[in-house]
Design a protein around this ligand. Sequence first.
Ligand code: FES
Length: 284
Amino acid sequence: MRLVAAELVESRQILPGQWLQSFHAPELASGSRAGQFVHVRTGDCSGLVLRRPFSINTADPGTGIVTLHFRTVGRGTEWMTRVREGERLDMLGPLGRPFEVDPRSRHLLLIAGGLGMAGVRMLADEAIRDGRQVTILFGALSAAHVYPSNLLPDEVEYVVATDDGSLGHHGYVTELVQEYEAWADQAFACGPHPMLARLAALAVGRRDRLGVAKLGRKRGAGKADPLGSTTARRKSFLQVSMEQTMGCAVGACLGCTVIGVEGPLRVCREGPVFAAEEIAWPAL
Ligand code: FES
């Protein structure tokens, strides 16, 4: 984790109320992994004290550029949209635990709902760089809210669902999953909690529907990896990035906890990425 003065090099609105900003921050670009986030101090003139958490949307060690994709939801994010190119923002990061891809996985299914694209976007870059195939299933309210395909790598298969049927599948993005579950070695998701809960239920049913073996040790082959460990997450079919309001973002205030099957989990420290089986979904 570093404290970085990130220089804004480009800022543009890509969807209604949603912005994509590029920052020159070589220390972050070279040290971040998909799923991690930064905590940004909004400027003095915003009148705000607390930092704001943002998923790292992309990170390019070659250029030193990191991008953040966010929605304007209050004074902090509105202030961000008024920052001028050349100004520097105080960023703390990278924070949190990243997605863990099993080295054996060749086919990755990424599932995003709305702004959840920001949570999985960087994983597409990492996976393609490592020679994996990637399909992104994306759900939005309508065509006007669909993440632009030209912001994705050419190698990605991009499948869209809209609630009103104005583009792609008419319905929820979760309805597309069963079509891809036999193809996918692992799935990674970010979006609203009900979407993630539905995906977790589908992941449990997948084992029965397909008769697939879980990645990892065979029954009786020894002690299971502890829940929440990196090795257990790496073997999990579904990993989820949880969106949660944060205060300190370093594990001190407990303001970001979600209920896990073994007790409370801090999204900023034990997450934001979890294996789906770590979360007590009915309690959310
Ligand atoms: S935001 Fe303070 S513990 Fe997570």
